[in-house]
Design a protein around this ligand. Structure first.
Ligand code: NDP
Length: 453
């Protein structure tokens, strides 16, 4: 019998890699090593979801203070101290990074703070010169921001740098119309920055329900974000006072900061996989089967490096399913079919299941929708409206999709995803008693479809 140094060697200490390593070691009894070249926790914890959400919170206080005044408080907003926030953020990320390390150590995983490349199907070489063998290798190296090759691209930053800015800009341009662009446009605006967002397509948040996208975009514009759809940047130029963006709409505007959020690419290059028979897709992703196995039987991959659905909870479930299958003797495939998600714009968008457009292309549907001004902000004199939407199959009565735009939409959609995943019908929703007074009660009180067809 060949003795390997490890049963499993994981490359990448992000959401997917950490979960796989922990389950394989703690519940599968495997001897596990994990290499991370940067900070433990990966994109989500260090330069993604977590610091982003804390920035979302930070950016919400000016409105909260205004609302407090409307509620009778003698409240006033002072200055935002970016450096103080950034220091607190860094401390929190250090705490989380240590927690991740602690969890892995407690599970018995050996951490290698080094870059690892694959030498052969059972060997990795670390940047500190060590070579290690493993029965299985898991690639969980995530993704990296992509900036298109335009003149002056070096003047732009990506989401990676957002959390380390020395100062907050006065005028910012956000390029892109996806999750990251739209979220940062709102964050920066909330922090008092003058924000323009350029997106090449017809409407931001492509892929989400059209009505929900329109609702978010209108609300963002009403708050003062200068959204330009059908607009892309031709080139960026350094000026004495900032960065000039020359755009396809004929404008030349100057900004202090240009943030490119034009997608992310799988981090699969330079890992030594090219010569081993591992297959790559058009976007550079590692091609895996439903078990997250590559064309080389001992090498698996999970998370953004496989470019299936690039979300932290998906990477976690893929990593968990891999560990269950290979180390716990419980064959498990993660079903990518029904994935709830939230976009932390202001207002938030929560979504699960099919958009109206996708559902209609599939079968005859009924659409139930309600828009209303929620009690809390209406009282404070705000005009912002919530959108609640259910897409229902005429044939089976099953709720095929749910889309919510409004405060705490992310929290609401998490719960709506449970009955929808269980196959609940519109009548199941109707049978559920309302919780009053809440926003979510609208989900169980919409009686008549607004459209059918
Ligand atoms: P997305 O793929 O969501 O959006 C990329 C945007 O950039 C799109 O609007 C796209 O336009 C545009 N774009 C792409 N290429 C170019 C180009 N060459 N020139 C101009 N524009 C371009 O990527 P993000 O960077 O926003 O996010 C990356 C991933 O991170 C997402 O897939 C998402 O899954 C995940 N994420 C999830 C979050 C959440 O769950 N809340 C938050 C943040 C990220 P077009 O639509 O025309 O292709």
């Amino acid at each position: 019998m060949t003795a390997f140094d490890y049963d499993l060697f994981v490359i990448g200490g992000g959401s997917g890699g950490v979960r796989a390593a922990r389950i394989a070691a703690a519940e599968g009894g495997a001897k596990v090593g994990l290499a991370e070249e940067s900070r433990m926790g990966g994109t989500c914890v260090i330069r993604g979801c977590v610091p982003k959400k804390l920035m979302v919170y930070a950016s919400g206080f000016p409105e909260a203070v205004e609302d407090a005044r409307a509620y009778g408080w003698d409240a006033s907003l002072g200055m935002f101290d970016w450096t103080r926030f950034r220091t607190a953020l860094e401390n929190e990320l250090n705490r989380l990074e240590n927690a991740y390390r602690g969890t892995l150590k407690n599970a018995g995983v050996t951490i290698h703070d080094a870059r690892a490349v694959v030498v052969d199907p059972h060997t990795v070489a670390l940047s500190d010169g060590t070579r290690l063998t493993a029965k299985h290798i898991l690639i969980a190296t995530g993704g990296w921001p992509f900036v298109p090759d335009i003149p002056g691209r070096e003047l732009a930053i990506t989401s990676n740098e957002m959390f380390h800015l020395p100062t907050l800009p006065k005028r910012a341009l956000v390029v892109g119309g996806g999750y990251i662009a739209s979220e940062f446009a709102c964050i920066l605006h909330g922090l008092g920055v003058e924000v323009a967002q350029y997106y090449r397509g017809a409407q931001i948040l492509r892929g989400f329900d059209d009505e929900a996208r329109g609702h978010v975009a209108n609300a963002m514009a009403a708050r003062g974000i200068d959204i330009h759809c059908g607009t892309d940047v031709l080139r960026l130029e350094k000026t004495a006072t900032g960065i000039r963006a020359v755009a396809t709409n004929g404008t030349e505007r100057e900004f202090d900061l240009v943030l490119y959020a034009t997608g992310r690419k799988p981090n699969a290059k330079g890992l030594g996989l090219e010569g081993l028979g591992v297959e790559f897709g058009r976007n550079g992703q590692i091609v895996v089967d439903e078990w997250s196995q590559t064309a080389v039987p001992s090498i698996f991959a999970v998370g953004d490096v496989t470019d299936r659905v690039n979300l932290t909870p998906v990477a976690i479930r893929e990593g968990h399913a891999f560990a269950d299958t290979v180390f716990r003797g419980v064959p498990t495939r993660f079903d990518h079919g029904l994935i709830p998600s939230a976009v932390f714009t202001q207002p938030e968008l929560g979504s699960v299941g099919l958009s109206e457009e996708a559902a209609r292309a599939q079968e005859e549907i009924e659409v139930y929708a309600a828009t209303f001004r929620p009690m809390k902000t209406l009282f404070a004199g705000r005009q912002g409206r919530v959108l609640m939407k259910l897409i229902v199959s005429v044939a089976t009565r099953r709720v095929l999709g749910c889309h919510i735009v409004g405060p705490d939409a992310g929290e609401m959609i998490q719960l709506a995803a449970i009955p929808i995943g269980m196959g609940a019908t519109k009548e199941d929703f109707d049978r559920t008693l309302a919780v009053h007074p809440t926003m979510a009660e609208e989900l169980v009180t919409m009686r008549k479809p607004v459209r059918r067809g």
